[in-house]
Ligand binder design. Structure first.
Ligand code: HEC
Length: 251
């Protein structure tokens, strides 16, 4: 009797776990949008999980960090330039897709991951201008830190808008591109200020797990200043290669 009851209990438990598994732990193997931020984060990282440096890092925090960077934080849209490559460009992550802003493919799935040809070689390497200001390269530097920032400095920058990198290294030519300003002008730090400590740490863990990359557009190419609404879309002096097309595709 005791045995029968426990067997029934096991079956009920297995069914319950199965139900939870179906509704909450849907993985992305079929290309669908996962309800787990960790899984969704790894699925949408343009840099595949096996190329992320997870050594000494918390796996789940890196996943959440990718979710925030590539999803709601929108970091990639400003810090990757060009962010996408046209359909057919083999330098990108998915040449069968293209630049979603160009409407390629002609429709996106309602329940599937974004179809896009990410410019993976220059992912988060900066170089995009916003008037006189240039988005920074936020991949790991030679010391493995984004813009040389420790985690505490990164949190300080995200919470206060302090340009900690230029405070630490004022001779970096990127620091003299725009007029002097009391705080970062384009970085949406007032919104990022409100993120939880753990989410900020997760973003930092993901950034430090990335491969280092160089921008297509360098500081020497300069920024056009405040001369026109579409100033950030002008062609720069970067080499006209498949991964750094010149003129830049509209973003
Ligand atoms: C609207 C465009 C935009 C978005 C979105 C954006 N950034 Fe930035 N970010 C910039 C620009 C431009 C700069 C440098 C100049 C400035 O803001 O005045 C910058 C600077 C930085 C710096 C260097 C700060 C320093 O002083 O060392 C880091 C690190 C950074 N961003 C990380 C991020 C992360 C992480 C995200 C997403 C959570 C993000 N950015 C989202 C545009 C953006």
């Amino acid at each position: 009797m005791h045995r029968t009851l426990s067997t029934i209990g096991m079956v009920v438990l297995a069914l319950a776990l199965g139900a939870v598994g179906n509704s909450y732990a849907k993985n992305n193997h079929d290309g669908s949008i996962s309800s787990s931020e960790v899984q969704q984060g790894f699925a949408i990282s343009p840099i595949p999980a096996n190329q992320l440096n997870l050594k000494g890092k918390n796996h789940d925090m890196v996943g959440v960090g990718s979710y925030l960077v590539n999803g709601p934080g929108g970091c990639s849209g400003c810090h990757s330039y060009p962010q996408y490559l046209p359909m057919g460009d083999a330098a990108g992550s998915n040449p069968a897709a293209g630049d979603p802003f160009e409407g390629t493919p002609s429709s996106q799935g309602l329940n599937t991951q974004l179809a896009a040809n990410y410019n993976i070689m220059h992912y988060l390497a900066g170089g995009q201008c916003f008037g006189p200001f240039m988005a920074r390269n936020i991949t790991p530097d030679t010391n493995g830190l984004p813009q040389g920032l420790t985690q505490a400095e990164f949190v300080q920058m995200m919470r206060t808008g302090d340009d900690v990198h230029c405070d630490n290294d004022p001779t970096d030519p990127i620091c003299s591109l725009g007029p002097p300003t009391p705080v970062l002008q384009v970085m949406p730090w007032p919104e990022f200020h409100n993120m939880t400590d753990r989410d900020l740490e997760s973003v930092y863990q993901y950034l430090t797990a990335l491969p280092s990359a160089e921008p297509c557009n360098t500081v020497a190419d300069g920024c056009p200043g405040f001369s026109g609404l579409a100033a950030h879309q002008v062609a720069y002096a970067y080499p006209n290669t498949n991964d750094c097309p010149n003129p830049a595709p509209p973003q």
